[in-house]
Design a protein. Structure first.
Length: 93
């Protein structure tokens, strides 16, 4: 875009080389900062999602271990526990 502007209007003053270097360095640092921030947010969300899955798995394990002679109720509860992460994902979207 800058090259096109200088082609159309050659009477504009030329920009010095260090100005481009400083601007490029600043933009590079800004992009790196944004990338690192996004990456940290991604990993934080991944840890939280893993925690939700582990808690659901632990609840299912406890229910199947301690509830005896009520297989229909246990299956219903396990189905609810299995669908909870998907419902949570849809709610957060």
């Amino acid at each position: 875009m800058v090259a096109f502007i200088y082609t159309v209007r050659p009477d504009l003053p030329a920009l010095a080389g260090p100005l481009h270097t400083i601007t490029g360095s600043f933009l590079g640092l800004l992009i790196a900062f944004r990338t690192n921030t996004g990456y940290e947010r991604f990993w934080e969300a991944r840890k939280i999602w893993e925690s939700v899955q582990n808690k659901c798995r632990n609840m299912a394990r406890i229910i199947t271990s301690y509830v005896i002679n009520k297989d229909d109720q246990v299956l219903q509860i396990l189905q609810i526990i299995a669908t909870y992460p998907y419902a949570l994902k849809q709610h957060l979207r």
